[in-house]
Design a protein around this ligand. Structure first.
Ligand SMILES: C[S@@+](CC[C@H](N)C(=O)[O-])C[C@H]1O[C@@H](n2cnc3c(N)ncnc32)[C@H](O)[C@@H]1O
Length: 308
């Protein structure tokens, strides 16, 4: 990947574009139909340090403008993936995908999946169950959309299973490349111990976007993230021979994004591999998994003859 440069303005013959400013200004410069995948996690309007809290109506009006420009920039075989959680209003939650759906639908897009992204870490709620998933809503512009399953297949649960009757009896029944990953994705979110953690409060894990890039684009295609943050979507795109563009308004995140993209190009950016199983502390023998409250009982059960 050496020899690539990070441009600030969009041109179809570039490979990497990091636009320092508002995403609408970037999108207006992108030729119609030139982007294969628009993927993003927009501000959720929950008062993070980078967002000014708007009422829901204003927020949706702002999102509509970005979605409209994204649809214009999207190729006829392209996809839009909007990754969102909940808007919280005086303790009541509004799942953002439910209120954004009518906007995507109004622009003629068809929904292909509502992917549940499940993770195990986050805020602990006292007055409702703690939120441990967000969604990725995937829309396409036409029925003739790019979709490759083979590069994103995951290991079968029972790879040794065989057909037990019929003309294929005795042959393995599963696909040797693995199974369809389904629409519930268990991928660790980027919290304190994650190898990809930066100062940004809500980064995408690179592996999440790699799955979308590999399944929804071809080599050389453009992937665009209007709300780029730390540059994750560009990293996932260039890692697999695609082109990547994005806009970011906050100067500190812009610097983070450029630094991470440069490290990706140099092959020194550390990320969690796509095929790594989720860490299981019990299986890993982590001592903290033994509760201090029932530790004594367990020790007595395990080593009944041991002296205290
Ligand atoms: C939810 S974060 C995205 C994080 C990103 N997915 C990552 O992996 O780092 C949203 C980002 O959008 C940026 N942002 C907010 N409004 C913007 C706008 N109008 N144009 C471009 N970026 C904007 C924020 O500064 C923030 O970094």
């Amino acid at each position: 990947m050496n020899g690539l440069r990070i441009a600030e303005t969009f041109a179809p013959d570039e490979h990497i574009v990091v636009y320092p400013g508002d995403c609408l200004d970037l999108l207006k410069t992108v030729p119609k139909g030139s982007i294969q995948l628009v993927v993003t996690s927009p501000p959720y309007n929950i008062g993070k340090e980078y967002e000014k809290r708007l009422d829901l109506k204003q927020y949706l009006a702002q999102q509509e403008k970005v979605i409209e420009q994204s649809v214009r920039a999207l190729s006829p075989s392209g996809s839009i993936c909007w990754q969102v959680g909940n808007f919280v209003d005086k303790g009541a939650i509004i799942p953002l995908d439910t209120v954004l759906y009518p906007i995507f639908s109004k622009f003629g897009l068809a929904m292909r999946n509502r992917i549940i992204w499940h993770f195990e870490h986050g805020l602990h709620c006292g007055r409702r169950f703690s939120g441990r998933y967000e969604t990725i809503v995937w829309f396409t512009k036409t029925d003739d959309y790019v979709f490759h399953l083979d590069p994103v297949r995951v290991p079968q649960k029972y790879p040794g299973k065989k057909h037990f009757k019929g003309p294929k009896a005795g042959q393995y029944s599963g696909n040797p490349l693995g199974k369809n990953p389904g629409d519930l994705w268990v991928i660790p979110n980027v919290k304190s111990n994650h190898v990809e953690k930066t100062d940004h409060p809500c980064q995408f894990p690179v592996e999440l976007i790699e799955r979308l890039v590999l399944s929804m684009t071809n080599e050389g295609d453009w992937v665009l993230d209007p709300f780029l943050g730390t540059g994750t979507s560009i990293i996932a795109a260039i890692r697999h021979g695609r082109r990547g563009a994005g806009a970011e308004v906050a100067p500190n995140y812009l610097e983070l994004a450029k630094d991470r993209i440069e490290r990706e190009m140099a092959g020194t950016l550390k990320t969690r591999p796509m095929d790594q199983p989720v860490y299981d502390p019990v299986q890993a023998g982590n001592k903290l998994t033994v509760s201090p409250w029932d530790k004594q009982d367990k020790e007595m059960t395990l080593f009944p003859g041991d002296p205290e």
